[in-house]
Write a protein that binds this ligand. Sequence first.
Ligand code: PLP
Length: 277
Amino acid sequence: LPTAPDGATPVRVLTIAGSDSGGGAGIQADMRSFALMGVHACVAVTAVTVQNSTGVSGYQAIDPPIVADQIRAVVTDIGIGAAKTGMLASSAIINAVVSTCADLGIGGDGDIPLVVDPVCASMHGDPLLAADALDDLRAALIPRATIVTPNLDEVRLITGIDVVDEKTQRAAARALLDLGARWALVKGGHLRSSDRSPDLLLGAGGSGETELEIDHERIDTGHDHGAGDTLAAALTAALAHGYSVPDALRFAKGWVTRCLIAAYPLGAGHGPVNPLW
Ligand code: PLP
């Protein structure tokens, strides 16, 4: 991505997400990537997780009006080129984020692209979204998404579709477009049976569907904590630079692949992807 000259205001983005005390996922993953991509990251904290390399043992959600006020404060002063949502924890936070984004022209028909990473659980299966919030995720948040980026577990929770091959992957992407997202990315990285990591992007354009398949050899690492956040962060930065969604995905896939190659062990569990390659 192009970077601003020294002393000039860089492109700005906003991440609306949870904190990972282990420093691997969530806001910390986003900020590590954003800093290295040369974009300024504003942050609306949604929850504070108690987390290390072995999992998430608890979290405290932030009051929804405080989440909304963080978004409003930065967008009306600093201004942003794109925004991203990650862990939203509850229905009340989803609804506060959606109505604030609607007011400020973020996502939907607004001018500011919105990347929705529909975070539901950690890789260890620890819940990061209340079970009763799925309806609002489907009915309120996904319709605002410029692009929604679920992994296969999230696809199953949101659409009920078990992705096992290309056909079910396409059906899942279509189901996400039917929920109202402009673009749907169904990531194949969790198709563990495959030695590839095929991602399918489907767009609901005015003149019919646009499809892009991005395939990469699976990066065989036990350390992929924060990979989903990092991909969504790279998408957000590229969209803030004015890239089209398919071009933003090409950039983001390259970014996360290099972060996976450089991932490192940390603690007794899973280490994080590493944007410091
Ligand atoms: N913690 C927070 C705050 C997150 O936002 C996420 C994912 O987005 C995770 C943990 C889970 O990351 P992973 O699935 O890579 O363990």
